[in-house]
Every structure is written in C-alpha cells, then in structure tokens.
Write a protein that binds this ligand. Sequence first.
Ligand SMILES: O=C[C@H](O)[C@H](O)[C@H](O)COP(=O)(O)O
Length: 239
Amino acid sequence: MSSLVEQSKKLAAYQAVDENLKDSHSVVGVGSGSTVVYVAERLGQLKNKSSFVCIPTGFQSKELILSNGLRLGSVEEYSSIDIAFDGADEIDSQLNLIKGGGACLMQEKLVASCSKQLFIVADYRKRSPEKLGHAWRQGVPIEVVPAAYNKVLNDLKNLEGYKSAKVRYGGTFKAGPVVTDNSMFIIDADFGEIPVEKVSTLHSQIKSLVGVLETGLFANMTTAAYIGNEDGSVATLTL
Ligand SMILES: O=C[C@H](O)[C@H](O)[C@H](O)COP(=O)(O)O
C-alpha cells in the first residue's frame, strides 16, 4: 500500500470528522475497513470524546473504538444514531456504494440505516466516474446463509446483468469460505457496470432471494463522501 493512498485516506477521514461531528452528537456510528481506522483515530484525539458513544459495525470496528479510548455502545441500545462514518469500495456519481470488500456489510447497513447522516471516507481509487462496477471489479458482495449458498448462486444467474458469481474464499488465511461476523458466507457477484438508476432495483432483487441476508449495494444512503485525492486535497461529494 503506497503512502500516498494512506495519506489520502487519512486526510479524507480527518476532514469528514472535523467538518461534521458536532457537540450535539451523542451517538456516533463507526464503520469498518482500513479508512475508518483514521476516523477512529481522529475521534480518539477529541477532548470531548467521552461525550459521545460509538456504535460499531463489526468486530474490527469494536476494536477500533476500544483501542482509541472511545465509549463503546451497541445498536441494540441505540437504534437512533446521530451521525455515522464508514468506508466504501466504490462510490458512483449518485453516491450509491458498493461495500463489503472486507466482508462487513450487514452490520454496516444496519448502523447506516439507523443514522440520521452517513459520511463516507475513501481514497481516490474508490470514486467511479459514473457507475458502480467500473473501479470495483470483484463483484457485489452478498452475505448469505451458509446452507443457501448454492441456491443463491443459481438464483443470481436469472437476474439482469448477471455475469458470474462465486463464494469468497479466505486464501492462505482460511481454509474454505470466508465467514463473516454474523457467521455467514460472502458471494461476490459480478453484474458489470451497474447503471445508477438500477442500483436500488438490483439490490431489491438480490435481497428477495431466500438465503440472502444483505447486499453490499447501499443505495440512497450517503449524505456526503469525502475523497482523499492524490494531490493531497480532499473532494467533498454531495448530491
Ligand atoms: O467490508 C468492508 C467494508 O464495507 C469497508 O468499509 C469497505 O470495504 C472499504 O474498506 P477500505 O476503507 O479498507 O477500503
């Protein structure tokens, strides 16, 4: 990982926190991934960090909250969240997202759907010129009940735009499929480039398949995206 990429992640994360976290915010969602590391770091530097409780989106997120000296809560306790920060694998021109490249998506979507505002932090590689599936070529992550993986793989073939799909394996780090924080499998399904007006429909079609817990398509959830550019600037994308 180049230091340029890391620097752009950090700049985006710090700016997103600095510009949007207010004294009135008492419940803060903290997402997953390598960019959110810098969100947690920034939150941990705040003098008033004990004045808000942080809601994690998974195991890594929980560790980030604790290791930065932040107050840990849960979405079971706080189903209304003032503001959430999270990363993304790709962002389209309408701020729709692909998420789940790190096998976190269900709890991320739960926290995002409980949040009044969702700020996405990412480096310049994540910004698509227009459509999802352009920069992120691994496919749409789909969290599935293990026993249903074969059925879902077959069902996906009937959906418009389908190209291929496979269960995600852990490689040298895990014999067999990746298992999520919810004890599920991940299917990565390639639908090519997804037109912005079809993201929501594709999500609904996949979600309706028996055995699917959640999809990594986040449609119409983003308040703004902070993108760290190669030149050290940060672009703020809003609709
Ligand atoms: O499954 C992982 C999450 O959806 C992440 O937020 C996403 O993959 C982006 O992660 P990163 O900031 O490491 O690129």
